[in-house]
Design a protein around this ligand. Sequence first.
Ligand code: SF4
Length: 200
Amino acid sequence: MSDFLHLLKKEELNEVFNSIQGEGFQVGFPMTFIRFNKCNKACSFCDTNFSCALHHYDANLLSQQRILFTGGEPFLFHQTIKTLIKNMKDKKFFGETNGSLYEDFIAKNVTWAISPKNKEDVFNCEKLLKANENSYLKLVFGSEDFDFIFSYFYKKNKNRICIQPLTKGSHFLNLQECVNFCATYNIMVSPRLHILYGMN
Ligand code: SF4
């Protein structure tokens, strides 16, 4: 697997590690997480430590069957992702994006969990949903434009939505309200299992 070492640019990375997917429609699957180190947003509830230098880096970690791109914003690093996909043909690729950017190859070849943070991004999110039928929306309950974004997508894409509570560190801030809301609309609660398990 170390053949792939040269495909990742260390200056673009925050961390690379193996864990289980704690959120969204692939919850529970073991994956290799590739976390990029820049984002084009600045959300108040962001839990990514962008000042953190690269750690946990080991190209042998790319042995998992499922590879997940996260951030930061992976679409800022589409060229690196494209190169990895073209060279790792036996893997399945997943990603987490804020839904504000688009690049056709990775939109089609990665299953994206799309988490729009601003209402002006809904049109780009629709484009991402069209590009890959397995991509879905992972909405953050209580974020600034949540009501608008949920209403916009609910009628057309109900079966492609999950909703997760806000967290700060290991604390869930609005879990009960989130569960109540999801029960009302019959939507999956994305659990954030890695926080419950105390994992990375
Ligand atoms: S879009 Fe995601 S990674 Fe970027 S600042 Fe917001 S929460 Fe953090």
